[in-house]
Design a protein around this ligand. Structure first.
Ligand code: MSP
Length: 512
């Protein structure tokens, strides 16, 4: 049966500041998923920037710029981050674009027609950092209750629009019970069920005294979170009846960080239902990256700067590290030293040396020409189901698992060199055995290139090119990853430089 088209999204990032490695993490994970799914069928990958709201307006004011000039400048950094890490999105949406803001107004009008909004007075607190309304009873020591934030909050007393969120509570609970996989991992699912069981209040959805946002008929601007959440459908052309919307909605996977789960798994489905649209198939709330166990923050000075990291280690090494270091979904702690170690060991020693040794031996013993496949191979039988296993990991959003499975093949190929000792076979003139190991190595490398391409698109393509097949990566594993497909007579060429040159420890900075 044909698979349903794959639509994957990242959160749209606030342009109140420049990106750090945490933002790159979500985008890289979404890119890996999109790259895998593109080998199988229609795929659409959306990312973008959240440009309205008080937080962005304040950042612009602090820089002495209008919000529009500020966001126009900053968005380049966010697009640049994608370019630097080869995050190949199909669309990048900015909430200041008319295709988005016009659709936000339409959404508001639909809510009104349906009787899902009403005018009321909002009296309560507001946290600008989280762009969240908080009732008095929820505050902790008079501050924002979000443990990651705990900033001062601002008192609001405004006549605003409200969305009748509470009326969706029972339907949400039923939906959660009927679809235990729709919010993942389980930690977020359980938290959200507990939130719903605790009761749901209507949501204030406008800011009458703000100017930087989507203007609503009758005054005020749309609350930034409703504005932002709608990006996932406005980019597909929901408001204009675009075919993309019919093809790709509901999203198969929406990736977010766990801190914004409530918006995506309570407010967002209710908004969609208010329009008679289906909720996304899966919202996956991944964990948080910390630096040596601490929250990354500019004031602590411990931010890992993604452009500098790509410069030092290479974009693909950082991508690999982030996907390999921890199970997707959990929190984990990173450091530059950990990235360096994985680069040198997993990539340099395991994969890079495998490629270098294999192609050097093919050159030495067979003039770089791939021998014929004998039709049987112990490695081939052992790993016949590997592509299906790795594909299942992608389906399960187990990105680390996909890499671990692939590393089993890499380890087996390295062991085969040590065990079967091609140099001795050559000395003894055991041609059939020598051809067999050389074929295993080349074919194994071809498989690795395919399986690793979603994670390391540039290095995988380089590796693939050295095999000399003349075509490009990106084909369907189900037809391309059949052992024996690498044609006899293919002219491979040894890699000129190692794929992953060793990175030495940085010398300590001279004392000031
Ligand atoms: N603009 C909102 C999202 C609106 S979506 C409709 C927002 N923006 S944000 O700039 O703060 O980005 C938050 C997202 O960036 C997180 O949900 C996560 O995807 C990613 N991360 C930011 N810091 C991170 C870590 N330290 N670790 C892992 N992911 C992080 O919230």
């Amino acid at each position: 049966m044909a698979e349903r088209p794959f639509y994957v999204t990242t959160p749209i990032y606030y342009v109140s500041s420049v990106p750090h490695v945490g933002h790159a993490y979500t985008s890289i994970a979404a890119d890996a998923l999109a790259r895998f799914h593109r080998t199988r069928g229609p795929t659409y990958f959306l990312t973008g920037t959240d440009e309205h709201g008080q937080k962005v307006a304040q950042a612009a004011a602090a820089a002495g710029m209008t919000p529009q000039t500020w966001t126009d400048q900053l968005v380049e950094q966010w697009k640049g981050l994608c370019r630097r890490y080869n995050v190949e999105y199909d669309d990048f949406i900015r909430t200041t674009e008319p295709r988005h803001s016009d659709a936000v107004v339409l959404f508001f009008e639909r809510l009104k027609e349906r009787g899902d909004v009403y005018l009321g007075k909002y009296e309560g607190w507001y946290c600008t950092n989280d762009e969240t309304f908080w009732l008095e009873a929820k505050l902790v020591d008079g501050r924002c209750p979000n443990p990651e934030c705990r900033r001062e909050v601002q008192w609001l007393s405004e006549d605003n629009w409200f969305f009748a969120l509470s009326k969706y509570r029972d339907r949400l609970l039923e939906y959660y019970r009927a679809n235990p996989q729709w919010v993942r991992p389980e930690r977020s699912y359980n938290e959200m069920v507990a939130t719903l069981e605790g009761g749901l209040e209507d949501l204030c959805i406008s800011r009458v005294n703000l100017e930087w946002g989507v203007p609503l008929p009758g005054g005020g601007v749309m609350y930034v979170w409703l504005d932002a959440l709608l990006n996932y459908i406005t980019a597909l052309g929901w408001a204009t009846g675009d075919e993309k919307f019919a093809t790709f909605w509901p999203a198969r996977v929406q990736l977010i960080g766990k801190e914004i789960a409530r918006f995506h798994t309570i407010i967002w489905p209710a908004m969609l239902w208010a329009l008679d649209l289906p909720a996304p198939e899966t919202v996956f709330a991944h964990g948080w990256i910390t630096i040596d166990g601490e929250k990354m923050s500019k004031s602590k000075g411990n931010v890992i700067e993604p452009f500098a990291a790509a410069e030092r280690f290479g974009a693909d090494s950082v991508r690999y590290f982030l996907m390999r270091e921890a199970p997707f979904g959990t929190d984990f702690s990173i450091s530059l030293e950990k990235i360096r170690k994985r680069h040198n060991t997993d990539l340099g020693n395991d994969l890079g040396n495998l490629a270098r040794r294999s192609l050097a031996m093919l050159e030495r013993y067979r003039g770089g020409i791939v021998p014929a496949y004998s039709g049987t191979s112990e490695i081939a039988s052992r790993f016949a189901d590997l592509p299906a296993r790795v594909a299942a990991r992608f389906e399960a959003l187990d990105l680390r698992g996909a890499l671990e499975d692939t590393w089993e093949l890499i380890a087996a190929l390295n062991r085969a060199i040590d065990d079967r000792r091609p140099w001795e076979l050559a000395k003894r003139g055991e041609d059939a055995a020598l051809d067999a190991i050389l074929y295993d190595l080349c074919e194994g490398l071809r498989w690795c290139a395919h399986l690793l391409a979603p994670f390391m698109p540039v290095k995988a393509a380089e590796m693939y090119a050295t095999l000399g097949t003349g075509d490009e990566l990106g084909g369907d594993w189900r037809t391309d990853l059949v052992w024996g497909k690498l044609a006899a007579g293919t002219r491979a060429r040894p890699a000129e430089a190692g794929l992953f040159p060793r990175i030495e420890d940085e010398p300590p900075a001279p004392a000031a």
